[in-house]
Design a protein around this ligand. Structure first.
Ligand code: PMV
Length: 339
């Protein structure tokens, strides 16, 4: 059925969260479980649509200083995966638009989409997946007047494939659905509801890193020292299972202790960085219940767990005094939502 004739609203707006890996990064590549959670730093997309003979899209990203218009021809080529010349950073959003049109059986539509985000780019917090998710949500809310987060998740995955090649699907899942996702490579992610909004402090080292290089360094270490590293992976596996129970029970002390142990193991795997370790210790000394690097490491972000919002703010101030780019947020059950 075409939805173009029953447009309820010529505008659509959606927001989506960021994500952090709470437990299990790196070992997840070798088959152990991991837990990712939605973080309430949000991207926001607003779209205006009108009927048109053929699809056209303009994407504006004031944060990236970009405004790009996609003609029907360019959209067709993108939709057929035939566009290999002059890729732009906004191609994943245009591809999402193609998939929204396809999935809603809509033919002609001219759309202007504006995206905005408070999520740092390239810091392992899922900025690209969040922007793709809120954009898909905005398109679908303009067409249908409502959004189905499972449909958003599926379409946002197409954008993630264009951005990352072969993503695991954990980012778009936790960002579209909110809450926590328990993930084992090659298996369907399991989504669970958090029992409370949990306060986190995040410090971005702003040190660029390559996830691919760090993953291959760990693989090489595993090859050189298989027995020792297998013990570390097994230990992380146990942390993930205990971490899941602690999260579901909202046992913050247990959660913090497990974060500290996971950080120690990631350090042993060689993926920390002196600045990450420094931020971890500043957070702990400032009263954090636990702190660790999140994601690939080698730079990127440190996350610290606080017992409440006031303590989170104090830890953030300590980090800022030490020169860190630090901010607070909460873990949240809110995934993609209309606005
Ligand atoms: O840097 P991030 O947040 O995208 O996390 C990478 C996580 C790894 O486990 C290191 C790699 C992976 O593919 O799971």
């Amino acid at each position: 059925m075409s939805h173009i004739n029953k447009l309820l609203d010529m505008n659509g707006c959606a927001t989506a969260p960021a994500k952090v890996i709470l437990f299990g990064e790196h070992s997840v590549v070798h088959g152990t479980p991991a837990i990712a959670v939605a973080l309430n730093l949000r991207s926001r997309a607003h779209v205006q649509v009108e009927k048109s003979d053929s699809p056209q899209l303009t994407v504006k990203s004031p944060v990236m200083g970009l405004e790009i218009s996609f003609s029907s021809e360019r959209l067709n080529a993108l939709g057929r995966s035939a566009l290999d010349t002059n890729p732009t950073p906004l191609d994943p959003i245009a591809l999402a638009f193609c998939h929204v049109l396809r999935s809603t059986k809509t033919k002609g539509l001219r759309a202007t989409l504006t995206i905005d985000s408070e999520i740092p780019i390239g810091a392992g917090l899922g900025s690209s997946a969040s922007v793709a998710t809120s954009s898909v949500g905005a398109f679908l809310s303009a067409l249908n007047g409502e959004i189905d987060s499972l449909q958003v998740r599926e379409i946002a995955f197409k954008s993630e494939e264009l951005t990352h090649g072969k993503p695991s699907g954990i980012d778009n899942t936790v960002i579209a659905l909110g809450g926590l996702v328990y993930f084992i490579k090659g298996q369907a992610p399991e989504r669970k509801e958090l029992s409370a909004e949990i306060p986190l402090v995040i410090a971005n080292t702003q040190i660029p890193r390559s996830t691919a290089t760090l993953v291959s360094n760990v693989a090489a270490l595993f090859k050189r020292k298989p027995k020792a590293i297998q013990y570390l992976f097994d230990s992380i596996s146990d942390i993930v299972e205990q971490g899941l129970q602690a999260l579901l029970k909202n046992d913050l002390e247990d959660l913090g202790e497990l974060m500290d142990i996971n950080h120690g193991i990631l350090h042993a795997l060689g993926v920390s960085h002196p600045l990450l370790d420094r931020y971890v210790w500043i957070a702990r000394e400032g009263g954090a219940l636990g702190a660790k690097l999140t994601g690939a490491g080698g730079g990127g972000c440190m996350i610290a767990l606080a017992e409440d919002a006031q303590h989170a703010d104090e830890i953030k101030q300590d980090l800022i005094k030490a020169g860190a780019d630090a901010f607070t947020s909460v873990l949240t059950n809110k995934g993609v939502e209309t606005c």
